[in-house]
Design a protein around this ligand. Structure first.
Ligand code: APR
Length: 250
């Protein structure tokens, strides 16, 4: 899919547009300084849990209680008053407020810290932790409460059919058609705080670049796909992102 769309690209007439179109992709690294663990760093979530036990449709079918408990714990952490947006989240909201740029903020994160930092219209391609979906009636609701197998859907009444609105391994990320179409038509693609291990997000740099965009990585260290970017800066997101936004807005 990505290859077909990449070939369909061009320079998109970017030079003729007054407003610069920027796509920012964020990953767990942007929330790390807010107190949320990343997935693949030392001591990260996947060092403590096996993906196949808690983050696949098979895991949920086999042992829903275990899967729901994992997400209940993650919800509890996100409800902790000590967890809040950091300067990187806030800087991206500042960028969105600029009338010289059009920003599409795509995140792999299921937390709500971009929203708490002031961003609206964030595209959560891996879902949202504070939303629950009913597998019986497909109802999708805002929900910060604990998830248990005993809970019934408030819509259809079915018990044991609720799941977090989080994209599991083996499932299709959300809004991919829109994301790829925007990637074909952006001037700048910036990847922040992601290891580049998970596709299709890891492919976005290639798609944007082959369509003519400039590409930049802002990360603690070189990601898996570091060599695919035109430019890179390494350090903590709370420092790098506000500095980069200041430059863009200057
Ligand atoms: N500032 C900037 N980058 C950081 C910081 C920080 N303070 N701390 C860590 N990083 C970087 C790490 O160096 C790493 O490259 O953030 C990246 C985090 O990588 P992952 O843990 O793999 O997280 P992510 O890329 O978001 O994972 C993608 O994997 O399991 C799934 O669905 C989950 O959305 C997630 C996806």
């Amino acid at each position: 899919m990505s290859e077909t769309l990449a070939r369909a690209g061009g320079d998109g007439g970017a030079a003729a547009r007054p407003r610069k179109r920027i796509i920012v992709l964020t990953g767990a690294g942007v929330s790390q300084e807010s107190g949320l663990a990343t997935f693949r760093d030392a001591g990260g979530i996947w060092a403590r849990y096996r993906i196949e036990d808690v983050a696949t449709p098979d895991a949920y079918a086999r042992d829903p209680a275990r899967v729901l408990d994992f997400y209940t714990q993650r919800r509890a952490q996100l409800r902790d008053p000590a967890i809040d947006a950091n300067d990187a989240h806030r800087a991206l909201a500042r960028l969105a407020g600029s009338d010289r740029h059009e920003l599409l903020l795509v995140t792999q994160n299921v937390d709500d810290l971009h929203e708490r930092g002031g961003s609206a219209g964030v595209l959560h391609m891996h879902g949202e932790l504070f939303k629950t979906r009913c597998l019986a009636c497909d109802r999708l609701v805002d929900d910060r409460a604990d998830l248990t197998v005993a809970r019934a859907c408030d819509g259809c009444g079915a018990a044991g059919r609720l799941r977090p609105h989080v994209v599991w391994f083996g499932e299709m990320p959300l809004e991919l058609d829109r994301i790829y179409s925007e990637l074909m038509d952006c001037d700048l693609f910036v990847s922040i705080g992601t290891s580049g291990h998970v596709y299709p997000a890891a492919d976005f740099v290639r798609a944007a670049r082959s369509a003519g965009a400039r590409t930049l990585e802002l990360n603690l260290e070189p990601s898996e796909g570091a060599t695919s970017f035109h430019d890179a800066r390494y350090g903590p997101a709370s420092i790098l992102v506000p500095a980069w936004v200041d430059e863009i807005l200057a």
